[in-house]
Structure formats: C-alpha cells, structure tokens
Design a protein around this ligand. Structure first.
Ligand code: G
Ligand code: G
Ligand code: MN
Ligand code: NA
Length: 254
C-alpha cells in the first residue's frame, strides 16, 4: 500500500527513467536495436527495479499512465538519437496485457505515429504469451490495427508460458525472444539446448526472427550463432544503459 501511494506520486513527479539494452545482429555483431527498460528513481529508496513495481502498477491500473510515458519517452529518445546521427534502430518497448485490454492503446500509438520522425523509427511492442492467451477477437483486431501503423510485435519470454504454435500463426507476431532461463543453461543442460534449437528452427520455419535474451558468455554466443539465432541480447554484449551511454556504445560498435 505504501509503495502504491508512492507510485502515484512518482507518476506526477515523473520519477521514471528509461535504460536501453543493446541488441546485436548475431552475424555481424552490429547493434541493430535496443530494448527500453523502465527504472524508478525513488528520492529515498534509490533506484527501484521494475520487478518491484510493475506488478503493483498492473494491479492498480497505474501501468496505463506509466506505459504511456514509457512509449512517449522512448520515441522522443529515438528521435534525438536520429538527430544526433545514429543509424535507424529497432526500438522495443514492453507492453503489459493490462494496456492491451484498455481502449486507449490504439489512440496512444496513433498519436505517437503522427509525430514527425516516426517513419524512421522501427517500433516493436514486446508482449508476453499471457497477452495472447487471455486475448479475445478484440485483442487480435486491436493488434492488427496497431500493426497497420507500421508497428511490429515481439513475443517476450518465449517458452516460459503455455507457448503455442497456434498463437504464432494467429497473431501478427514477427519475432520471438527466447527466455533467458533457457539460454543460461543451454551449454549444461541438453534439454535446454534442444529446446533453444527447436525454438529457433520453428520460428524460422514460420518466417519469424529470433532474439536470444540473457546471453552472458562467449560460449553461449557461439552456440546461438552456430544455430542461426538472428539477434543477441544480454550482459555479454551490454547491460541496460542510460541513453547517453547507449549512444556511445552504438558509435563504438561500428
Ligand atoms: O530491466 P529489468 O530486468 O529489471 O526488468 C524486469 C522486468 O520488468 C522485465 O520482465 C521487463 O520486461 C519488465 N519491464 C521493464 N520495463 C518495462 C516497461 O516499461 N513496461 C512493462 N510493462 N514492463 C517492463
Ligand atoms: O522480461 P524481459 O525480457 O523484458 O526482461 C529483461 C530483463 O532482463 C531486464 O531487466 C534486464 O536487466 C535483464 N537482463 C538483460 N540481460 C541479462 C543477462 O544477460 N542476464 C540476466 N540475468 N538478466 C539480464
Ligand atoms: Mn522484454
Ligand atoms: Na524476456
């Protein structure tokens, strides 16, 4: 309850900040995108991790204004990077199922899409399997309307939920992210290795791209590259970075 009250104040005082984790092309090693990750700069508690407040924000509906801020801020930042001469990047933003069940999402994104510069930003919405599981025809229609604005979808934490191939066929998803729990054990656990391999092959045969999350070691990177995983994300490449450090990282990596 305490945190909930403080979260309300945090929205008013704009105590949030976005970090950006680089995503590289597994083949070339070039940065091709970033995942925006929200942090809460609490005046007394310091930096509060989203693991500690996203759930509360979802239960109380506060994820709607927070999510709107995240989207706005990520797009503002992407425009600034373009103005500073950074290449066009895919920018992934996490979207909660609560936001998807709320009517304002389409208008929010439509508004963002009307702003100057938007056509140069490849916006990706990261959704989890639970969004698709709890979804109705209305969600599917909403996803397609948003998709018409030039936005792509990535299925986050893939493999942890009740993953179903039928979701990948039915919904306009073009990208899956293999959950880091499988990546972290893929060299020690033969089942995880097979699973990672199967996800990559299955995604490719459905015409989807694959990002591996939580890549922490060089051997994991080799394993994934050898199996034609398309993109890599994880501490081996870089932790999530403040915007200016992300910019330097991209410039250094070219
Ligand atoms: O960055 P970190 O590992 O602390 O993030 C923890 C969790 O919080 C991850 O599951 C991530 O998807 C989620 N998360 C981070 N930023 C956002 C956001 O802007 N919106 C939503 N809905 N979830 C986020
Ligand atoms: O659930 P989602 O995939 O959105 O979560 C992303 C979270 O994963 C971020 O909070 C980020 O801090 C964390 N993360 C990113 N790379 C690594 C990694 O290599 N190892 C671990 N353990 N966590 C990571
Ligand atoms: Mn994510
Ligand atoms: Na994930």
């Amino acid at each position: 309850v305490q945190l909930e009250a403080e979260l309300r104040v945090a929205i008013e005082r704009r105590e949030f900040v976005l970090y950006y984790q680089p995503i590289i092309d597994a083949g070339s090693g070039h940065v091709t995108g970033a995942e925006a990750l929200v942090r809460w700069q609490h005046p007394l508690r310091g930096r509060v991790s989203p693991d500690e407040f996203i759930a509360i924000a979802e239960d109380t509906g506060m994820i709607v204004p927070i999510g709107a801020w995240v989207l706005d801020e990520a797009l503002r930042q992407a425009n600034e990077w373009l103005a500073q001469g950074l290449p066009e990047l895919r920018l992934a933003v996490n979207v909660s199922g609560v936001q998807f069940r709320e009517q304002g999402l389409l208008e929010l994104i439509a508004q963002a899409a009307r702003k100057p510069g938007f056509e140069r930003i490849q916006l990706v919405l990261e959704i989890t399997e639970s969004v698709l599981m709890q979804s109705s025809d209305a969600t599917e229609a909403l996803m397609r309307e948003i998709g018409k604005l030039g936005i792509n979808y990535s299925l986050d934490d893939f493999g942890t939920g009740y993953s179903s191939l039928s979701y990948l066929k039915r919904f306009p998803v073009d990208h899956v992210k293999i959950d880091r729990s499988f990546v972290s054990d893929c060299l020690d656990d033969v089942n995880d290795a097979l699973l990672v391999e199967a996800i990559i092959n299955m995604a490719h045969s459905l015409g989807l791209n694959v990002t591996a999350e939580g890549v922490e070691t060089e051997s994991q990177r080799e394993f994934l590259s050898a199996r034609r995983c398309d993109f890599l994300q994880g501490y081996l490449i870089s932790p999530p970075l403040p915007a200016d450090e992300f910019r330097s990282f991209v410039l250094r990596s070219r």
